[in-house]
Design a protein around this ligand. Structure first.
Ligand SMILES: [Zn+2]
Length: 154
């Protein structure tokens, strides 16, 4: 996928657009990871949740696999298309802009919590499980969320 590149800044890695990408033009297939039962999940995984009891991801980040390095933002430019495990861009992306999705739209394990430093205007300060978000935020994020969350909270 030549339109995207992985950029390393210190020990922080991110995925950046190499060129302008029109809304909806990008489709990133997130479905190729290893299935990880929820009981085996820990912070060492690069993973997101695809079902009530199942994550998808990998233990080791694959240096060439951009899906390992797409970070969270509370104001994301990516979202799950039709609830599926395909990320698409929900607005135009400028060359040099970082690609992000909202991790809360793909995690609902009840305990997930991490500090957020995305610096967006609507930053929530923490990234939590979908179920821990307030009702208004949940309603706003449901259209961006992965399928099992859409079905559970709709
Ligand atoms: Zn944030």
């Amino acid at each position: 996928m030549k339109r995207l590149k992985i950029v390393t800044v210190g020990d922080y890695r991110k995925v950046v657009a190499s060129q302008h990408i029109r809304k909806g033009e990008l489709v990133i297939d997130m479905s190729h990871g290893e299935e990880i039962p929820i009981a085996e999940m820990d912070d060492g995984y690069y993973a997101f949740q695809i079902r009530e009891d199942l994550f998808l991801g990998s233990r080791e980040a694959d240096a060439g696999d951009i899906t390992c390095f797409i970070n969270h933002s509370c104001d994301p430019n990516l979202a799950f298309r039709d609830g599926d495990t395909l990320l698409t861009n929900i607005r135009h992306i400028q060359a040099g802009e970082e690609l992000c999705w909202d991790y809360s739209t793909s995690i609902d394990d009840g305990v997930f919590n991490m500090n957020c430093g995305c610096n967006s205007g609507n930053c929530r300060g923490t990234v939590s499980s979908f179920g821990q978000l307030d009702g208004a935020t949940q309603q706003r994020l449901i259209p961006l969320a992965i399928r099992y969350i859409q079905e559970k909270y709709r």
